[in-house]
Ligand binder design. Sequence first.
Ligand code: HEC
Length: 114
Amino acid sequence: MTIRTVAGVLLGACALAWPLAHASAGAPPAPALRSVSVQLPVSKRMFPGGAEAAPANANCLTCHSAGMVLNQPSLSKATWEAEVKKMIAVYKAPIAEKDIAPIAAYLAATKGTD
Ligand code: HEC
């Protein structure tokens, strides 16, 4: 018997023995599932500012509120632009390339440092 054959026999024995040993332990108890009703907060707040705010209103409110964005600390235009790009890259926000700069400019003017 070669070493390879011995290893094969041992592996085969383990593959047979493991399910047998664990079958007797039984399946874990099923978790108790129940339905719950959740009231989500509703926000009608829009980004203020008319035409300059339009790209932000069109692109940011699908996932979170204007308040959530406007309650962030004041950031530079470059940081706002990086934030918008993060929404696209990380969270797959469907924001058109042409809207990135206007949104960053609007946010920098509204919640900016420069
Ligand atoms: C496809 C959904 C989606 C869209 C559209 C979206 N976001 Fe987000 N955003 C997220 C998610 C998810 C988070 C993370 C939320 C959390 O951590 O609770 C987030 C977080 C943020 C944060 C918090 C800081 C951070 O980086 O986590 C800011 C600021 C933000 N988004 C700004 C924007 C702006 C501005 C727009 C519009 C240009 C926008 N988002 C559009 C999904 C989106």
